[in-house]
Design a protein around this ligand. Structure first.
Ligand code: SOE
Length: 393
């Protein structure tokens, strides 16, 4: 079969900022490195401003541009709708797309509230009965070292999970002069570090352990309550004028958690940790060993095996670039390493393969709803004072 004989999968992407650029790169590259049962075609991108969306289509490689996302969903040449917009739009767009019979890939967190996530999950389950699939984009699952960690835990290499330590640390908001963006607006983003980045480590720890978080005790803090309003924004950074606006979300989130297998965990997410750029750290201690990952050294996984002779025991540094490691065989020779964008490529690959096989891609909307419930529990816990105990004296 030549590339052209493979049935096409028309992609319509809504939004074209940081996530839209990452998804565009994935759709462009996935069919060139991986054998896929369907050929993704970058059919159309949607955004509100005609000039800006036309420019984005040219820059990112989309054939066409729409200024109305509803029009994109209606198009016969669109089979899959890829939602890369702020959280307040996810529910309306995803439900409309699923009802129109289009597969959906939706950026994380699935929604801004449990109620929205429930409605999206109900729409996804109804659509699934008609062969229409929905997936939420927790892309770090697709980092080869993370996928390997899951395999090793499932094989029993560290035994039963006792303790989970998870951090997601960034510093792009540590400077009080960093401008306001939609990510700091509760109406658009739902929450701050909690939904934006703690959501990732909730998904990652559940993915790696194969368990779910069943209860939490949380604390949220906002350190900078007012910031200059952005005049221009690119990626996470922007320039600002004299106007100031209110921050309505948390800057940092901390919580302890219980896992379904009886283990306990600590979570920390912040966008205020100077010097930490994208430090996603997950360590799992089991009854027979430990596993540790840090995204700032993303091609590496550390494994400690308690059965090793104590004289030579230590964390083994596994460079996850061998052809036998998850996803790696499609890329470069051993030792050449992958980057941030490859997780998005692997996400596109897994989704297209699931569609080709007629299977439910993971993480499903139900998985996204479960993460949303954890976030909601952290907010409820942080809002309640019942578990907080002042130090005596
Ligand atoms: C900002 O904190 C952000 O872009 C998140 O929104 C992404 O989900 C994360 O992958 C990188 O950081």
């Amino acid at each position: 079969m030549t590339h052209e004989d493979v049935p096409r999968l028309g992609i319509g992407m809504i939004g074209y900022a940081f996530m839209g650029a990452a998804h565009s790169q994935a759709w462009r590259v996935a069919p060139r490195f991986f054998d896929l049962p369907l050929r993704p075609e970058m059919t159309v991108v949607a955004g509100r401003s005609r000039d800006a969306v036309d420019a984005a289509a040219r820059r990112l490689g989309w054939h066409d541009a729409e200024t109305d996302w509803r029009r994109l969903i209606e198009r016969d040449d669109v089979d899959l709708v890829d939602i890369c917009t702020p959280g307040d739009t996810h529910a309306e767009m995803a439900v409309a797309a699923l009802e129109a019979g289009k597969h959906v890939l939706c950026e994380k967190p699935l929604a801004n509230s449990v109620a929205e996530a429930e409605a999206m999950t109900a729409a996804a389950e109804a659509a699934s009965a008609r062969g229409v699939r929905a997936m939420v984009g927790f892309t770090y699952r697709r980092v080869p070292a993370v996928a390997l960690a899951r395999e090793l835990v499932a094989e029993g290499r560290i035994g039963a999970v006792r303790q989970v330590r998870a951090q997601y640390l960034q510093d792009w908001l540590a400077d009080p002069a960093a401008p306001l963006s939609w990510r700091l607006d509760r109406a658009k983003a739902g929450s701050g570090a909690l939904g934006d980045i703690a959501a990732h480590v909730v998904d990652l720890t559940q993915f790696i352990t194969g368990e779910v978080v069943t209860g939490v005790s949380g604390m949220l803090e906002t350190f900078v309550h007012e910031r200059p309003v952005a005049t221009e924004f690119s990626g996470l950074h922007g320039s600002a004028g004299a106007e100031r606006g209110r921050v309505t979300v948390d800057d940092a989130a901390l919580f302890t958690a219980r896992f379904s297998g009886g283990g306990i965990g600590t979570f920390e997410a912040t966008r205020m940790a100077w010097g930490r750029k994208n430090a996603i750290r997950v360590e799992v201690n089991g009854t027979r060993g430990s596993i540790a990952f840090d995204f700032e050294d993303m091609n590496v996984l550390h494994l400690f095996d308690a059965a090793d002779d104590a004289r030579v025991a230590g964390f083994r540094r596994i460079v996850v670039t061998e052809p036998d490691h998850p996803y790696v065989g499609a890329w470069w020779p051993a030792g050449h390493g992958l980057g941030y964008e490859h997780g998005f490529v692997h996400q596109a690959v897994d989704l297209v393969r699931a569609l080709g096989a007629g299977e439910q891609p993971r993480p499903s909307f139900a998985d996204g709803l479960q993460v949303q419930r954890v976030l909601d529990a952290v907010e409820r816990s942080a809002g309640a004072s019942s578990t907080w105990t002042d130090v005596a004296g």
